[in-house]
Design a protein around this ligand. Sequence first.
Ligand code: ATP
Ligand code: MG
Length: 497
Amino acid sequence: MKSQNTVDWLTHRADVSPEATALIEAEDGGKWTYSDLDSAVEETAGRLAELGLRAGDHLGILMETRMASIRLVHAAMRLGCVLVPLNVRLAEPELRRQVGHTDLSALVCEAETESTACEISGDVPVASVDASTDATLGECERAEFTAKRWSHDDPQVMLFTSGTTGNPKAVVLTMGNLFASATASAFRLGVLPDDRWHLCLSTYHMGGLAPLLRSTLYGTTVVVQTGTGFDPEATLENVRRYGATGISLVPTMLRRMLDAGTISDSLRFVLLGGAPARDELIRECEKRGVPVCPTYGMTETASQIATARPEEAFSSLGTVGRPLVFTDVTVLDEDGNPTEPGIAGELVVSGPTVMAGYYGNPEATNAAFGDYGLHTGDVGYRDEGGRIWVLNRRSDRIVTGGENVHPGEVVAVLRDHPAIREVAVVGVEDDEWGERIGALVVPVDGETEAMSLESVREFCEGRLAGYKHPRLLETAVELPRTTSGTIDREAVREQLR
Ligand code: ATP
Ligand code: MG
């Protein structure tokens, strides 16, 4: 998808519909038209230029989602800088490693992250933004600059993966990747002129950054919920108050919102991804009229790979639907050959949303790409109708007594146990068996006493082959998770050891 010399999306949007609402601040209802946002971004870009930033430079930002960080996202695009959003919730050694790896020309922070920024920056210059008054880079003058004209091959952002399977990797996404993702998503979900996307995912993850960029292309509105941590009550209230039509959530967020109250019927879709969703969650959405769209995506594919529309999610419980247009998913067996429908294997993705590579890591890039495209490391299958089902990660496979066990199939059975609310299944090293199957269980309220290895093994009788039954069991108040909400399997293993 080559196209030379396009202006940045906001410039185009401000020309076409200057009076349309670009952003609404959820806290006080403050509105920004595309023209307002464009002027603010022009000013921010001038200040970044004064700091010495030029096209091709890497701009790190260490901020939660705020008006100021949104301006920086667009200003980077205008200058032609590669945006490198850093996860404010990471520990200093992790951040230091990321800064050291990404060749930043500057790191922008806010008051709350300033001491961390100074600790991790090494010799990268740090600039601070006053997020409360929204005065971006307040001390700086503005320099003249020429807005960058983009080609689709130009890198636009570098985003770190969640680090579920190891150290987070820096994914380089081009303008073309982001454009293809925005258009393919629109073909699946539709875009209406009055759409309002409620943003509560952090913009240092793809699921939070994507709606911000897409909305500019679509000319729609983003309602911005600022602040740290997820507040289900505030989210329910803001979705209702601003009549949001779309929202992106990870399953734990949706669970908490359903528990906290009624979800506004203004929503056209609830994009649900990032981790497997329980069947029970999807069933509850159906019962309560929540238009959930289970989605499979990853940082390396600029978010969505496959998305099910609500009708499909309810009629084929557990599917993430068909791949988006332009995206191909091939399922490969252990020998690297495509499987028949219904047969599980590694999911391999190709198409215009697939990343250019991992920054500064040719070994990892080479290892990730094969004849059929990007090896996701996820195990799943497609059914006769072309729908995708994600089972688990390849690295999660348990080998016990020489037998392969996919934790997903054990989890699927245990979830139906009436006293189990949530469960994670992992392999725990064992001298005799290689690995033993361990289950960390969150019991439903009041059932902790009833939860024993024996009762769980009894439940598995007739439902799962004997070698797939758990041999270790612990209970927990909640499952340990990474900052992006995926299960921290190493921590689960630690609790079971
Ligand atoms: P790392 O690559 O550093 O180990 P990560 O893979 O968790 O971290 P992300 O890119 O944030 O980083 O997450 C993408 C992964 O999330 C997918 O590869 C998949 O394992 C998982 N995932 C996303 N959506 C779903 C889904 N609907 N069902 C099951 N798993 C999903
Ligand atoms: Mg990954």
